[in-house]
Design a protein around this ligand. Structure first.
Ligand SMILES: Cc1ncc(COP(=O)(O)O)c(C=O)c1O
Length: 439
């Protein structure tokens, strides 16, 4: 693949932008690729290479890039000239529509990013329970702030026993005492979670959990595990927060809470709720929202861009089209097809690999072991993943070089494109078959 122009732009970019990227997750070795156009399922880079996008704005773009129906509908809702800083009927309409789609939530407040929505959830939970600390799930990413960027993709040499996971900083620069105060629980292990939460019940205000761990590929919770957490949080006065940044509108039209039938106290949404525009949300119980309600609560909830009118126009347009176009069913059928065909190819070439996913999110793991949490996911063989992704990329697919990240498609990934991906996966698996672990 010719990447001369990207290389030139990288040389120029590093002088003004650290690493040539505004989000470290976009960095690629030997240099990031720079893009000039997006249409439907395709991204075109500055060298003119056209790739099938299997990342789709980290899962945010569900209708496809530059979708004409979405653009038209969004335009319709954003003609007031108001950009931000005031409340409008649109702010209420978008909230009402969201709550009709996620009926387990009673109220909603909009923020700009998922990180902010999670920060608000934590402050509200501390206020509501009058307890100081947070519990997270080992391996999960819930944003980059001190209380939750803890044991995210941890080094297992340092992470302690599975039954007693250590609280490790996700990066440098976090407040050490805050990181240490965060309790880390294993995913899908109810017995350990119950013991650790009970031992720490006097200090834990909230447990935040991604019900399906998509930030490390695609690892669903066992239903009994989530049901058990719901019971324990009720018993111990802990606010149960579902981080639905990725599961939102993809695990089911009502998010993971709709899929599993377990109602959290609060949940955070973002990404797909506005088809790629900058918007996130915190939704949940009215009794907990009293902590930020003017005249009732003492907890802060402010932001210049909260309820930004362009993003809300995008969100309303998106939610309407999501229902009209039966987006979930389409994505789910296409994901099932990819998974079934991958399994056939893996069997044909005798590669120990599995593809897991739902609703347009998916990932490939190169192991035959069952994957139930972060620790089991790390059994996926990095070398085989790298070989597979190198072959796949070469065929013209934009995908993640990180062996524990997630992939996404949109409704613009038509049956024809899905068939193309099936053929590319098959050929890439054939090339991967001879690769040895550790090579
Ligand atoms: C599950 C999850 N939670 C929270 C976040 C943070 O959201 P944002 O990047 O909008 O701050 C992300 C982002 O990748 C995420 O995937």
């Amino acid at each position: 693949m010719e990447l001369t122009r990207s290389e030139e732009l990288f040389t120029r970019a590093v002088k003004s932008v650290p690493g040539g990227v505004h989000s470290n997750s976009r960095f690629r070795n030997p240099h990031p690729i720079y893009y000039q156009k997006a249409e439907g399922a395709y991204l075109t880079d500055v060298d003119g290479n056209r790739s099938i996008d299997c990342i789709m704005g980290n899962g945010a773009i569900i209708l496809g890039h530059n979708d004409p129906d979405f653009n038209e509908r969004m335009q319709f809702y954003s003609t007031s000239g108001i950009v931000t800083g005031v409340e409008t009927e649109l702010s209420i309409k978008a909230a009402e529509k969201f709550l009709s789609m996620v009926p387990t939530a009673e109220q909603i407040r909009y923020t700009n990013t998922g990180t902010e929505a999670v920060m608000h959830a934590m402050a509200m939970s501390r206020t509501y329970t009058q307890k100081p600390d947070i519990a997270v799930i080992e391996g999960a990413y819930n944003g980059w702030h001190d209380a939750v960027f803890v044991s995210t993709w941890p080094d297992l040499q340092k992470a302690g026993e599975k039954s007693e996971p250590k609280s490790l900083p996700g990066a440098s620069g976090l407040i050490e005492d805050v990181v240490k105060s965060t309790l880390v629980l294993p995913f899908n292990d109810l017995e350990t979670a119950e013991r650790l939460l009970t031992e720490n019940k006097h200090r834990v205000a909230a447990l935040i959990i991604e019900p399906t761990m998509i930030d490390i590929g695609y690892i669903p919770a066992k239903k009994e595990y989530l049901q058990g957490l719901r019971r324990i949080c009720n018993q111990l006065n802990i606010v149960l927060v579902f981080d639905e940044l990725l599961t939102g509108f993809r695990d089911s039209p009502g998010g993971a809470q709709g899929y599993y039938g377990v109602t959290p106290d609060l949940s955070t949404f973002g990404k797909a709720i506005s088809n790629g525009y900058m918007l996130a949300a915190l939704a949940g119980k009215a009794s907990i929202f009293e902590t930020v309600t003017p005249g009732k609560g003492t907890c802060s909830f402010v932001g210049t861009y909260n309820g930004h009118q362009v993003s809300l126009a995008a969100s309303l347009a998106f939610m309407e089209l999501y229902e009209e176009k039966q987006v979930f069913r389409t994505l789910q059928n296409r994901t099932e097809k990819l998974i079934a065909e991958f399994a056939k190819s893996a069997e044909k070439y005798q590669v120990k690999a599995r593809m897991q996913g739902r609703g347009g999110h998916f990932h490939w793991y190169f192991t035959d072991r069952e994957i139930t949490d972060y620790r089991s996911a790390t059994h996926s063989e990095k070398e085989k993943y790298a070989a597979f992704i190198a072959a796949f990329t070469q065929k013209g697919v934009y995908c993640s070089p990180n062996y524990l990240l997630h992939h996404a498609i949109s409704v613009a990934h038509t049956d024809k494109i899905i068939q193309q991906l099936v053929e590319y996966m098959d050929a890439s698996l054939q090339q991967t078959a001879g690769v040895k672990a550790g090579s």
